[in-house]
Design a protein around this ligand. Structure first.
Ligand SMILES: Nc1ncnc2c1ncn2[C@@H]1O[C@H](COP(=O)(O)OP(=O)(O)O)[C@@H](O)[C@H]1O
Ligand SMILES: [Mg+2]
Length: 340
């Protein structure tokens, strides 16, 4: 441009010739730059492909045996018609479990839960509550001992068969960047819009959903970022209820939620618990006063068990936990009142 500009000023080259020269130069270099960009993208794609292949080739730690796969199909090609019906009797029989070799989180853990009843697990952080429910969901398997469902080792139901009768709501609900409708029917993609609305009403999520711009067709954003944590939790309750599970696992589903949403969620919990075997890992003890059995877990062992009233009367570990939390909450509430 500099040389051409000078030549033009001196009148040796016309303006149009300069214009053409510059344009041709650009047309020449553009494809070269494109080639460079494509090469860089190819390199990225190669790296991504390597990771995808690595993931696909990863051997699953938890998998069904050959016979079970033959009978019930795999996760990708399930034979749903062969799935066994699950009623919901659960038994942990001498279950020992370690994440790392020789460091047992559970040792000879025994627990029987009758179908349709509820148990709550309470105890300090790290006592093993999540481990117990993760084992039940077969995210991990017992190192020793076995878990029986309706009297049969749960491995004999196949992973797909078990999960089709099992619902879980975790502390941080995972939502996909899809519509609310599709998020709720994630575990049962063929569910009708009416069925989805019905469970949302049962849970108490219908009202807030209808207030959104597009109702059930509202997209929730990455990880559900358009919704509050409480609303996300309600969605995941609706999701769990839609598959009508016989066994339900709620792991600290009510922590980190404000008191008002908690009320809705408490009602939701009561609704979803009916007629199901329910395991609740509770952070707030106020959420579990009406379960059938409370287990106080300490270092992977059941330290105390009974109903809320029994344990309060006993004035043991649970009583202390409850008393402390009650005092904390009362102080919190009076602070909130003073602030407002
Ligand atoms: N993925 C893991 N790998 C190794 N150790 C773990 C893992 N998850 C939990 N643990 C250990 O197992 C114990 C019980 O943890 P957890 O079941 O999460 O307790 P809780 O839910 O009662 O807080 C803790 O000592 C914890 O450090
Ligand atoms: Mg936990």
């Amino acid at each position: 441009m500099y040389i051409g500009g000078n030549l033009t000023i001196q009148g040796l080259v016309t303006v149009s010739a300069l214009y053409l020269a510059i344009n041709y130069a650009r047309m020449f270099f553009d494809p070269i730059m494109q080639v460079a960009r494509i090469l860089a993208e190819l390199q990225q794609a190669q790296a991504s492909a390597e990771r995808i292949v690595g993931l696909l080739e990863l051997e699953l730690e938890i998998h069904d045996s050959k016979e079970i796969e033959e009978k019930f199909g795999t996760i990708l090609h399930p034979k749903r018609e062969n799935y066994l019906e699950i009623k919901g009797d659960v038994e942990f029989k001498d279950v020992s479990f370690s994440y790392l070799k020789d460091e047992y989180v559970l040792k000879n853990f025994n627990l029987k839960v009758k179908q349709g009843t509820s148990v709550a697990l309470v105890g300090a952080t790290g006592s093993g509550k999540t481990t117990i429910v993760n084992l039940l969901c077969r995210f991990y398997e017992p190192t020793k001992g076995e878990i029986l469902i309706d009297g049969m080792n749960y491995k004999d139901y196949s992973i797909g068969g078990l999960h089709s009768s099992l619902g879980y709501v975790l502390q941080t609900p995972h939502l996909f960047n899809l519509s609310i409708l599709d998020n709720i029917r994630y575990g049962k993609p063929d569910a009708s819009r009416e069925a989805v609305e019905k469970v949302a009403k049962l849970i108490g999520a219908h009202d807030f959903i209808m207030k959104l711009e597009d109702g059930y067709d509202t997209f929730v954003g990455e990880e559900g970022s358009m919704l509050s944590l409480g609303e996300r939790q309600l969605i995941s309750f609706a999701r769990a209820l839609l598959v009508n599970p016989k066994i339900l696992v709620l792991d600290e589903a009510t922590s980190s939620i404000d008191t008002k949403t908690e009320e809705t969620i408490l009602k939701a919990i009561e609704t979803v618990m009916k007629g199901r075997t329910t395991f609740i890992v509770a952070h707030r003890l106020s959420t579990i006063t009406n379960v059938d059995k409370i287990l106080v877990i300490d270092q992977g062992k059941i330290k105390e068990q009974g109903t809320h009233n029994e344990l309060i009367q006993k004035q043991g570990e649970y009583y202390e936990l409850y008393k402390n939390q009650f005092i904390e909450e009362t102080i919190d509430k009076s602070f909130q009142k003073a602030e407002s």
